[in-house]
Design a protein around this ligand. Structure first.
Ligand code: FAD
Length: 508
């Protein structure tokens, strides 16, 4: 490229003199012919000190020979070379030079001079290395973390993840961050979007992931958002931010399983205790009921005798019989007072699907032992009812136990009969309905209401049945403001329907 003819040569000279880059012009042996003031500022050598000396005076001798060989091979082909060299200043200090050398070719096509331009990039290099080191450090810390970490950009692209996260990709079979965020959003509803809009961090939340045919997994998830200043040239005068989402997820499935086992164990213990009290109540109530009849008859007989013998003067006999009656009544009252109270229990909003799921889990052994197939058909969405979780669980367990027992009875005489328990939940406008069907012998229509009476049993007292199970179930349902009945149209076995009102109301 030739200089424009309308520009005087001193303009070029001044431009080179005032340039911020260290500029030197050498002969074809790299002997310095000219150095500008910036060269002095960068190298510490004054122009008069370096003119006539070789450019190699700047070499710190740690730059590999191969770099120089490449440099000169390029220049020999009359091509410009650019690269990094470690240079030494006049005071002995080192700096990193970003150097460009351009051959100056004469009219005969021969290289007559070289133009060298360089700047000190030590500080830039230092910062770049620092950034790289920090990045490497962050990546190794993130990789070593025992929680899955994933960073998403605003287009939901994963820009950083760690080993634990990569393991999750293998386990969950799709992009785990999308799955976990979807579950979190479903669980939190509008709260999630509000947190996102205000960039408010979401602290640890347990998120359940269910996959077909595999046990459910639980993750403690936390989400935070942060902004990064856009570093592109476009954003230099118009700063913009990039938004990122950071998700951490820790697998807590084992912990959840343990908690679930502990919860079921304590619920089982609570139910066993309640059943023990219940049976005590039944026994004592039975004893009181049994004694009340003859005692009432005796009282009536005594009153009759008293009237007949009025004025006969047998006061001693009257006193004795009165005392016996009074003592008997007092004993009966004492017995009644011994009947333990129904346990007080916190009334709370309940999802009957969860209560029934617990009941099924606790009854697994009994169902397996009886060879009963369970068809569990919970409604997808079930509104809450207000109730005592233990009371309702105990009641449904009683109904399930009745069904198993009924089918065991039928099995005795009908070997090939299929034993199925169908448990269905249905939402209605003002109540939730639970249907329990079995394939046992069923209950005759004429006993449809009688079976709810205390002490009525279809099984016979000689087999240890007091006949209080359905009566107690009715008592529990009534205390929840609900209804229980038997479907007389059902012919396959027995169908019990329990209806419990939605949350308003409560339990007496
Ligand atoms: P040298 O013995 O000089 O050379 C090392 C290798 O380079 C040899 O193997 C040889 O094959 C090759 N070589 C050297 N001179 C020539 C030549 N004239 N023709 C063909 N091949 C050759 N070096 C720096 O370290 N820092 C600088 O800032 C720097 N600026 C330069 C600016 C210009 C304009 C030019 C032309 C060169 C510059 N050099 C610079 C290169 C410098 O001239 C030396 O080649 C280099 O410093 C290595 O010096 P040395 O004494 O270690 O080895």
């Amino acid at each position: 490229m030739s200089a424009p003819s309308n520009l005087p040569p001193q303009v070029f000279r001044q431009a080179v003199e005032q340039a911020a880059l260290a500029i030197s012009i050498t002969d074809e042996q790299a002997n310095i012919l000219y150095a500008n003031p910036a060269f002095e500022r960068v190298t510490g050598y004054r122009a008069e000190e370096v003119v006539g000396r070789n450019q190699s005076l700047l070499s710190y001798k740690v730059t590999p020979d191969l770099v120089y060989e490449t440099l000169w091979a390029q220049l020999r082909r009359q091509r410009a070379w650019n690269g990094m060299l470690v240079n030494r200043r006049s005071d002995g200090g080192r700096y990193l030079a970003d150097l460009t050398i351009t051959p100056v070719v004469d009219a005969a096509g021969k290289t007559s001079h070289y133009l060298g331009m360089h700047r000190d990039v030590t500080e830039v290099h230092h910062l770049e290395r620092q950034v790289q080191n920090q990045k490497a450090m962050i990546e190794s810390v993130v990789d070593a973390a025992q929680v899955a970490i994933c960073l998403l950009d605003e287009r939901d692209h994963v820009v950083l993840d760690n080993q634990e996260y990569k393991k999750l990709i293998g386990d969950l079979g799709r992009e785990p961050v999308a799955l976990l965020l979807t579950r979190l959003r479903e669980q939190m509803g509008a709260e999630f979007d509000a947190a996102r809009a205000s960039r408010r961090a979401i602290r640890q939340r347990a998120v359940k992931v269910e996959r077909h045919g595999q046990p459910a997994r639980w993750f403690a998830c936390a989400v935070s958002w942060f902004d990064e200043q856009d570093a592109s040239a476009d954003a230099f005068y118009e700063p913009t931010k990039r938004h990122y989402l950071l998700l951490t997820a820790q697998d807590i499935s084992e912990l959840k399983r343990q908690q679930e086992a502990i919860r079921l164990n304590s619920l089982s213990a609570l139910l066993a205790e309640q059943e023990r009290i219940q049976s005590l109540r039944e026994t004592l109530a039975g004893a009181v009921f049994q004694l009340e009849g003859p005692l009432n008859t005796l009282t009536a007989a005594v009153r009759l005798l008293e009237r007949r013998r009025e004025g006969n003067g047998e006061e001693a006999f009257d006193v004795a019989i009165e005392t016996a009656l009074r003592d008997s009544r007092a004993a009966l009252d004492t017995l009644s007072a011994c009947i333990p109270d129904q346990r007080a229990e916190a009334i709370q909003p309940l999802n009957l699907n969860e209560v029934l799921r617990d009941v099924l889990k606790m009854s697994t052994a009994a169902l397996l032992a009886a060879g009963v197939v369970v068809e569990w058909r919970p409604a997808q969405e079930l509104p809450a009812v207000h109730g005592g979780a233990t009371q309702l669980a105990a009641m449904f367990r009683q109904l399930l136990a009745n069904a198993i027992e009924a089918m065991n009875e039928r099995r005795a005489g009908d070997q090939g009969h299929e034993r199925v328990v169908r448990l269905i939940t249905l939402p209605h406008a003002d109540h939730v309905e639970v249907i329990l069907e079995d394939t046992g012998p069923g209950i005759p229509t004429e006993w449809r209401y009688k079976v709810f009476e205390p002490f009525f049993t279809t099984k016979g007292a000689e087999r240890g049945h007091l006949g209080l199970g359905l009566s107690m179930a009715q008592d529990t349902v009534a205390r929840h403001g609900g209804l229980i009945d038997l479907d007389s149209d059902y012919r396959e076995g027995c169908r019990v329907r329990v209806q419990l009102p939605l949350a308003a109301g409560g339990v007496k």
